[in-house]
Design a protein around this ligand. Structure first.
Ligand SMILES: [Zn+2]
Length: 76
């Protein structure tokens, strides 16, 4: 994947939609861990994100990003 780093984090929500916990500042760190080859579970455990609602924010955001990246790439 060749998603530019600063764009990839800019549209990540600052707060979890469900519980309101502030998670936006953790997204870049999450991405770093993924690039190190860790699984989403390992990365979220290490960041101390234990609530399922917050974990879902990270997991779903990643898949959405891929769709966007593919779309932008196709359009140029
Ligand atoms: Zn939450």
């Amino acid at each position: 994947m060749d998603i530019p780093k600063d764009e990839s984090g800019s549209d990540f929500p600052v707060r979890c939609f469900s519980c309101g916990a502030i998670i936006g500042h953790l997204y870049q760190e999450y991405r770093n861990k993924m690039e190190e080859g860790k699984t989403p579970k390992e990365a979220l455990d290490e960041l101390g994100i234990t609530r399922y609602c917050c974990r879902r924010m990270f997991l779903t955001h990643k898949s959405v990003l891929k769709e966007f990246a593919r779309f932008h790439g196709a359009v140029g």
